[in-house]
Design a protein around this ligand. Structure first.
Ligand code: EAX
Length: 356
């Protein structure tokens, strides 16, 4: 019979010690209750501590996780330390899709996925990733914070989630290990990793590339082993994930604006006191301003940083970007129908009204 592991067992209190402890505890509790009653304080409902986990797919240095930590800090401060949100970055708790499953199952309380993966649960989110839709971050803010964006967040309730705010990932650009992308034809034949989203798959196949969907936390290895030649993400993701170590060329297409969503578990949310929901909503609102500002500041710096670490960066001309958009019309039409023509119409109407 193999020896059992004899781990040290903590010393248990002997009966005499435990008995006297119980008497002391009882006396203290009685004194506290008596004091409360005497002082006429009324027995305030003991505000319970709230513990929550928040998972992100990108590293500490990316605005997705920087924003998550700000959200946790604000919730702690606004609740006088009662609401403790632990942040787990870099895909520790799974991919964006897996973490969304955790929210729905009630094993995770918050995450911040791209709208592209949320679109697999609520198809209307797919409209945000339609190529070449937003002209600027300012225009994106106006649409996402306005009635249109808020109507999308409300739809998450149907999928056991609570949409708290739109955060920013940013305009997406191509990187690859083979050649500079100057015109659409340069994409031909490249194996391009895409987010796990049918629009993105059709988008890159529509441009003549071979789309390979996978979670972002598997992407570095796929690039390193040449399982894929290319990927597309904002500068901040390229830098934070160190893709510059395995990608030579960065071609600035800005082909889609990627929004993130700070999402909560409806199971968790419905179990909170109204006071705590209000605190979390206020923390989310304040963290959103901070997250977007951080994203823009870092994105503005990252292009230069990526040149410093050896990437060859080229701009793709507006004429070529318009040409790419023309080539993608069949894909855009297909996915406008997929999200629902009414949703697509409302989206483009909101864009038309939004300042650039
Ligand atoms: O959570 O997968 C990606 O390329 C995105 O940057 C990621 O979903 C952000």
């Amino acid at each position: 019979m193999p020896e059992l592991n004899h781990r040290p067992v903590p010393p248990t209190l002997d009966p005499v010690v435990t008995r006297s402890n119980k008497r002391t505890t009882f006396k203290l509790l009685s004194a506290a209750l008596l004091a409360t009653a005497t002082l006429g304080l009324g027995s305030p409902a003991l505000a319970q501590d709230v513990k929550a986990k928040l998972g992100t797919s990108l590293p500490e240095t990316h605005p997705q996780t920087i924003g998550a930590r700000k959200f946790a800090e604000l919730a702690d401060k606004k609740s006088n330390g009662r609401i403790k949100i632990s942040v787990y970055p870099g895909g520790q708790l799974g991919s964006d899709q897996q973490m969304q499953g955790g929210l729905r199952g009630g094993t995770l309380e918050f995450t911040v996925p791209s709208t592209a993966t949320l679109a697999n649960l609520v198809k209307e989110f797919g409209v945000i990733g339609l190529p070449f839709s937003f002209a600027s971050e300012k225009q994106a803010d106006a649409v996402l914070d306005g009635p249109f964006g808020q109507s999308l967040l409300a739809k998450l309730q149907e999928k056991d989630m609570v949409g708290l705010a739109f955060w920013e990932n940013g305009f997406r650009n191509f990187t690859n290990s083979k050649r500079a992308i100057v015109k659409a034809e340069d994409l031909s034949g490249l194996k391009v990793r895409t987010m796990q989203n049918n629009l993105y798959i059709d988008l890159f196949n529509g441009l003549g590339a071979n789309a390979v969907p996978m979670p972002v936390n598997e992407l570095f290895t796929a690039l390193e082993t040449k399982a894929v030649d290319a990927q597309e993400n904002p500068f901040t993701v390229v830098y934070a994930q160190k893709f510059y170590d395995v990608q030579k060329y960065l071609s600035v297409t800005g082909h889609a604006y990627d929004a993130l969503v700070l999402v909560g578990s409806k199971k968790f949310w419905d179990g909170l006191k109204a006071e705590d929901r209000n605190i979390l909503q206020a923390a989310a609102l304040e963290a959103t301003t901070f997250q977007r500002q951080t994203s823009r500041e870092l994105n503005a710096k990252m292009r230069g940083e990526l040149v410093k670490v050896g990437m060859q960066v080229n701009d793709v001309s507006d004429a070529e970007r318009r040409r790419m958009r023309e080539k993608l019309q069949p894909v855009i039409a297909k996915h406008q129908a997929a999200v629902g023509e009414d949703t697509a119409k409302a989206f483009f109407a909101a864009i038309a009204k939004a300042p650039e």
